[in-house]
Every structure is written in C-alpha cells, then in structure tokens.
Design a protein. Structure first.
Length: 493
C-alpha cells in the first residue's frame, strides 16, 4: 500500500496552531483550552485545535452582529457579493488537492472520494448560490383594500446565523450551509464537528481571501455540549442551521425556544432502497452496494435497509456480499483504498456494537467477518439477511457500512416496509417499469427518491427530511427562504 505524500501546504497547515477565527483574526480560546484531532487511519494525533467555550461563542456572535448591523455584507451591491461568493468556489477548486488531503487525514475517507466528491461539491454550492445573489426579488402585491395602496415584499437576510455541522462530509456540509447564508447576506458563526475541524479552518482563510469582509464569517472549533450548546442558546443568534443526529436535533428544538430562533434541522436517516423484479439487477446490485458502503456508510442518506423482490433476492444478496468481501479497506491516503476507517474509535465501537446486536437478535451475517487492517478504526462492510422489522439493525441509524436485506412479494408490502421508520430522508427504487416507479415514488415518505441511481446530489435539488429526519430544505432556490425573512411594505398613496 503506497500512501500519497501530503503536499507541503498540508504539512505546514497541520504544523500550525489552530485557533478560533473571530472578526477576521485567529484567537485562542479565552481559557486557553485545546483538543487533539487524530488521523482515523492510524489513531495518531494530527493537530491541536482551540476548544471554544461559551465566552468564545459570545465573542464570535458579537463579531457577527457588528458585521451584520453595519451592512458591510448585507448592503453590498448584489453583483459585488455575487462575484465574491463565486470566487470562493474558484478558490476551493484551485486548492482541491490540499483540501482533499486535509479531509482524508482528518476524516479517514479515501482521497479519491474527497478529490472527486467532497471538494468539487463544496465549490459547486458556492458557484450555484452566487447566481442567486442578484435574483433575490420581492413581489408587488395586488391588495384589495379600499383606497389607494402600493404594497410590495422585500427579501432580507435573517441576521446572525449559527451553523453546526457533523464530521462525515466536513467541508461539503459546511459549504451547504455557508454558500446560501452568504449569498443571502447573513453573518455567520460556524461550528465544525470536534472530530474533523480542519477543513473548515482552511476554508475560513479562503473565504477571507475571496473578499468576504472580516466578521461576516466566524469559525469556532469545539465540542457540541459546550460550544455547540452555547451557540444554540445564544439570544443574539437569529437562526441556527444544524446537520447531525436526530437526538441532538431534538435537544436543539428545546434550546432554541429562548428567543424562538429559526431552525433548520438536517437529521438522521434509515433509508430504504427497493429493488423491483424487473430492475437491471447488475446495476441495482452495484448501486445498492455503493448506496450503503460509500464513505464507510457514514452518510445520512445511506441505503441501510434494502428491500428486494423475492424472485431476485438470492442473486442480489450474493452480489452485494461479493462486493463487500472484495472491498479494499485501508488508509485513505492510498489511492487503491475503496473504504477508509470510520471516523473515531468511539464510532467504531458503536458500529461494531450494532453488528453484535444483529447477531444476538438472530440475523444472518452474509458478509463482514473477513478481518480488518491493523492500526486504525476499521469496520468491514457488513451484509445481514434474515432480518425482522423489530431488530435494532433495522430500526436504528447505524451510520456505518452495515446493510440489512429483506424480501417482499408486492408493491404494497414494499411501500409499507419502506415507510415503517421514524425517519424520512431518502429512498431508492430500481426498476424498468417507469409508471410503476412513479407511483411508488409518490407513496414513499422521504425528502429525496432516487430511481435507478442512489445518493446523487446536486445544488439545484432541494434536500431534507420528512418525519424525524428534520425541518426545512437545503439546496435549490428553496434554501433561500431558510435564510431570508419576507417583509411586506404597504404604502397609502
Ligand atoms: P451529532 O449530532 O452528534 O453532532 C453533529 C454536530 O452537532 C457536531 O458539530 C457536534 O459537535 C454538535 N453537537 C453535539 N451536541 C450538541 C448540542 N447539545 N448542541 C449543539 N451542538 C451539538 O452527530 P454526528 O454523530 O456528528 O453526525 C452523524 C449524524 O449526522 C447522523 O445522525 C447523520 O444522519 C446526521 N447527518 C445528517 C445529514 C443530513 O443532511 N440530514 C447529513 C450528514 C449527517
């Protein structure tokens, strides 16, 4: 296994002290606390990072508030703001290799995935949102009041926005939130996940280089229970956009009640992937394997419940198990690695606990006990068949490379099983009869339904969850309403 040597820029970045980005300056946490982020492929320390507390969060919120209130960003000519947002996308692309290496070292994912997926997707979000800056229009309103009136609406930024992201796509998910918030003129305090703080810090520098004024973006690294909780509870934060687990999302609803701040919640999933008997079976097997094993299964949309028509179920299970057994696990910095380690030892224990629970509850392990590389936090891609709907591996989000396969006999049964979950983030359908597929897509309670593909995301496609998978949508023009208030102005003539 040959590892790609880190770029000189990556090594020098890792060697720096990593502080909080507040008001356009690097600052230590007020109490001087730090934490260590490690490389999941080796377990070795990677960098030491400032650990923000409530006082630091308050400093960052005040910097964002000052920047918002003096209009240095929100009152900038839309064409100028648009060019800056576009330039962020360009700078991300210019630094693709550096950002991809940092992401792989901090998160563990294969470098090939970070290069082709995470970094271009982040750039794409800024390029897409740059186009909206000059198109945030209001309406003139046909009021029916007696007398003469001129009434219209304005779209205004919400104000100071707190953004909290998880560790599975650290750079890309930061971009999902930053691009629309910046495009609509908001000022931001971003908190990356404690497991993967590094690319957000580098992105802050690129955003400043693109021309975003000081104080518009602030980045506080730290833990959820102190920095994250303080941000959500802060009375001068107008909105929080959160991506993470449903459990933490639920606690945010309570914490946000103080000043009734707006909330966008992108939460967990337990997504069904349905293979009909007329599907292109080979493509469906490949797609279902990618749908669960991509990014070590650390994807909110992971197709973790696979439903296969009984007539083809044996072939599908055998096909996915083959792919699982042959998958090359290793350090993400090796170019032939197909699956990296999971993000941390804690998470490895959690995923392994689910695999044990599956065995204890009587599921059949078809693939997954072939052994893992030494050193890092690896979990083998795992396939269970013979599962029951009440098993924990079927009901709970594992957030690892573990799929459970169930067979069905007709469409009603497939829909009932697919919808038998508290989540509703995404779903897949594989089949050739498109009329049947359209009918099924309408009956599945999920924010995204992929047909004959899986996990495909685009900046133009609204993304978000039904049920306990969250509130609101990211991407597309729909996200603009998450970051703007609509004001009616009514003038008597
Ligand atoms: P998590 O909820 O533990 O943490 C997510 C973020 O929230 C981290 O930055 C963490 O520091 C912060 N946090 C934790 N406790 C907090 C608190 N009390 N107050 C404020 N912030 C707090 O989730 P995770 O384990 O890091 O990520 C995995 C989860 O994220 C999975 O459930 C996955 O489905 C979900 N996810 C959802 C989407 C989506 O778009 N729907 C995308 C990716 C991941």
């Amino acid at each position: 296994m040959t590892l790609v040597a880190p770029l000189a820029d990556v090594s020098s970045f890792l060697g720096r002290s990593h502080r909080l980005w507040i008001g356009g300056q690097w600052e230590d946490a007020a109490d001087g606390r730090t934490f260590v982020t490690d490389n999941p492929a080796t377990g070795n320390p990677l960098a030491t990072v400032a650990r923000a507390g409530a006082g630091d969060v308050d400093r960052a919120v005040r910097a964002a508030r000052r920047a918002f209130d003096d209009g240095r960003w929100s009152a900038m000519a839309p064409s100028a703001r648009s060019r800056i947002v576009w330039r962020i996308g360009d700078l991300i692309l210019e630094h693709t290799e550096e950002l991809a290496q940092l992401e792989t070292l901090d998160n563990g994912k294969p470098l090939s995935v970070a290069r082709a997926g995470d970094v271009p997707m982040a750039a794409d979000l800024f390029h897409y949102m740059a186009g909206w800056v000059t198109k945030l229009e209001g309406n003139t309103l046909p009021v029916s009041l007696p007398g003469e009136f001129h009434a219209y609406t304005r779209r205004e930024p919400v104000g100071v926005v707190g953004q909290i992201v998880p560790w599975n796509f650290p750079l890309a998910l930061a971009a999902w939130k930053l691009a629309p918030a910046l495009a609509t003129g908001n000022c931001i305090v971003l908190k990356p996940a404690e497991d993967t703080p590094l690319t957000a810090l580098r992105l802050a520098e690129l955003i400043a280089e693109a021309g975003v004024p000081d104080g518009v973006l602030n980045v506080i690294t730290g833990f959820g229970e102190d920095a994250g909780a303080a941000l959500v509870a802060h009375d001068d934060v107008d909105k929080v956009s959160f991506t993470g687990s449903t459990e933490v999302g639920r606690s945010l609803v309570r914490a946000a009640a103080g000043n009734l701040k707006r909330l966008t919640l992108e939460l967990g999933g337990k997504s069904p992937n349905i293979i009909l008997e007329d599907a292109d079976v080979e493509a469906a097997i490949r797609g279902a394997a990618d749908g669960i094993f991509f990014n070590q299964g650390e994807a909110c949309v992971a197709g973790s419940r696979l439903f296969v028509h009984r007539r083809i179920a044996d072939d599908v299970v055998a096909g996915i198990a083959d792919i699982a057994r042959q998958m090359r696990l290793g350090d993400g910095m090796a170019l032939d690695t197909e699956m990296g380690p999971v993000v941390s030892q804690t998470h490895q224990n959690r995923v392994s606990g689910y695999i044990r629970a599956g065995l204890e509850e009587g599921a059949t392990l078809v693939a997954g006990d072939e052994g893992t590389p030494e050193g890092g936090w690896f979990v083998r891609p795992t396939v269970f068949s013979g599962v029951r709907p009440d098993m924990r591996i079927v009901r709970e989000e594992i957030f690892g490379p573990v799929v459970s396969v169930t067979s069905f006999d007709d469409d009603d049964q497939a829909v009932a099983m697919a919808n038998d979950t508290r989540y509703g983030l995404a779903a897949g359908i594989w089949g050739r009869d498109l009329s049947r597929v359209h009918r099924l897509a309408a009956r599945i309670k999920a924010g995204t339904v992929w047909v004959n593909c899986y996990g495909v995301l685009d900046a133009s496609m609204p993304f978000g969850g039904y049920k306990e998978s969250g509130w609101g949508r990211e991407h597309g023009h729909q996200v603009l309403s998450e970051y703007t208030e609509t004001k009616s102005v009514c003038i008597q003539l």
